[in-house]
Ligand binder design. Structure first.
Ligand code: SF4
Length: 266
């Protein structure tokens, strides 16, 4: 997310017309959803999910089911091109830690656009909620709990709109996130059965072995990224190609289950 780094004074944090939970389907955003449910009436909460185009196929269903189960609104956003098409027609290189175009275009960009286009429905004071936790990394440990969101209108020329970006689970440990999910009656994403983190299926920041697990379970999907990698002639990571990972696990005995067999665990 594009940060303003302008802190919100505590006395300004009241009177919100909407609370947007930035929901990745992972466990930290489930913890954020728990916080939202405890602090806002359900009719003010939006469950917002950005499909990057490299997500688990079950994710749309998870978002819809949680929304229905909890009685809150949901919105699924997609960039018109998505990960693969952007890679093949505009970016020509996989993202990396220094150039995470996947996050800036496929998540932040579409989110900011949606908020700006829906100010009327959201009301003039919005709380935008994300699930960073301090113990995940040094940079996350330095994040403030609240800052102004980039969609805030700083002059009244285009209207009055304030958006505060709040990180309610910064000080919590991961185990607590699973507990919050249980309290809500929401099962963890099925990927936690074999991975410690829930991210895009071919996330460039994930250890190779995690990607290999996804390649075993979702070969048809990962193959599309392998083909794109060949087409752009740029490998997934600096010293590792997706093709290498894909080929290393395509022994038929390695393929445990197809994605269509994974049941939603709500
Ligand atoms: S999970 Fe990984 S691949 Fe997906 S948007 Fe984030 S950094 Fe990019």
């Amino acid at each position: 997310m594009a940060r303003t780094k302008i802190l919100v004074p505590g006395e300004k944090m009241y009177g919100y017309t909407s609370a947007i939970v930035s929901f990745s389907t992972g466990i930290d955003s489930t913890g954020v959803l728990y916080w939202a449910i405890k602090n806002f009436p359900k009719d003010k909460i939006w469950l917002l999910y950005c499909d990057t185009g490299a997500e688990y196929p079950i994710n749309d269903g998870i978002v819809k089911n949680i929304s229905k189960f909890l009685g809150i609104k949901y919105k699924i956003l997609r960039h018109p091109k998505g990960f693969l098409e952007l890679l093949l027609t505009e970016r020509f290189k996989f993202p990396d830690a220094k150039n995470r175009w996947c996050t800036s275009i496929l998540k932040t960009g579409v989110t900011d656009k949606w908020i700006r286009a829906n100010r009327e429905e959201l009301g003039n004071k919005v709380l935008f909620l994300t699930g960073e936790r301090k113990d995940e990394s040094r940079s996350r440990a330095l994040l403030p709990e609240s800052e102004y969101h980039s969609t805030t209108l700083w002059t009244k020329r285009k209207g009055e709109f304030e958006c505060h970006w709040h990180r309610p689970v910064l000080d919590y440990e991961k185990g607590k996130m699973f507990e919050f999910g249980k309290d809500l009656g929401i099962g963890a994403h099925p990927c936690y059965e074999y991975l410690p983190r829930c991210s895009c299926m071919i996330c460039v920041l994930m250890p190779d072995r995690f990607c290999k697990e996804n390649a075993k379970k979702y070969p048809e999907i990962i193959k599309q990224f392998v083909d794109a990698e060949k087409e752009i002639k740029h490998t997934w990571k600096n010293k590792k190609s997706l093709e290498e990972i894909f080929n290393s696990c395509q022994d038929i005995d390695d393929i445990e289950i197809g994605y269509e067999q994974i049941k939603l665990t709500l």
